[in-house]
Design a protein around this ligand. Sequence first.
Ligand code: NAD
Length: 266
Amino acid sequence: MRIGVVGCAGRMGQMLIRQIAATEGCTVAGGTDRPGAPAVGRDIGAVAGLDPIGITVIDDPVALFVDVDAVIDFTTPEATERHAALAAQARVAHIIGTTGLSPAQIDGLKRAAQHTAIVFAPNMSLGVNLLMVLVEQVAKSLGPDFDIEILEMHHRHKVDAPSGTALGLGKAAAAGRGVDLDAVSDRVRDGHTGARKPGDIGFAVLRGGDVVGDHMVVFAGEGERIELSHRAGSRQIFAKGAVRAAQWAHTQPPGLYSMRDVLGLG
Ligand code: NAD
């Protein structure tokens, strides 16, 4: 299977190139980065810290999408929206890890998914997707007597907050309670906030160092507290999940899928 990587010089992009090269049955078919990026024109293997593989990083995604079976995309919301339209035109599976997309940009993905298989997941790791299933179940079982708080910590370079994963966990908790997250989420607390509103789902965000990604969901009741957490030790878990998603999506009909679909978690 021929897999392309857009944003291949990024932290995740380099990891993805190495993961594809190490996966049996998959080959690195090409890669792009933004116009003017230092990686453009260099050998993609060398950019990822491997031996050269004879493929040059380009800045034109159109040329990439016409010549691959799937494209993996950990870039920016604007770039991802454009890439999804190209994936739809080329009928190529599109695996999206980019976070921070606006509702309008997500609508763009839904339109593209009418023509090709798109996997869109704020977190591609097996552990976090399992955590989402558990959070939904626990929220459903405990009911409104337990307050739900979601805490996340990431490295100092992360540009969006709360993380896409934290919001995904919030959605899972809200789904367990049968409510809409937008109606109950409390994302910023500062100054005289007043008492906690019953039913709210609160978010807390920490940034620092090189933390790959920590998430904790706290269910706080009277006299007891349940904490479900996941700590990512390496970005490789996301790259592994993304390559697995590409292999899966390649044989699926058009549609917008999640990692739960890929992993068969229901
Ligand atoms: P990064 O900044 O290191 O890499 C992004 C890359 O995309 C850069 O090389 C940049 O030049 C490139 N890029 C920007 N615009 C482009 C364009 N128009 N065309 C091609 N390339 C372009 O960031 P990162 O840490 O690799 O994270 C990227 C995204 O992935 C973020 O949104 C992050 O939150 C998300 N992420 C998701 C998961 C997951 O499991 N879903 C895991 C880690 C990171």
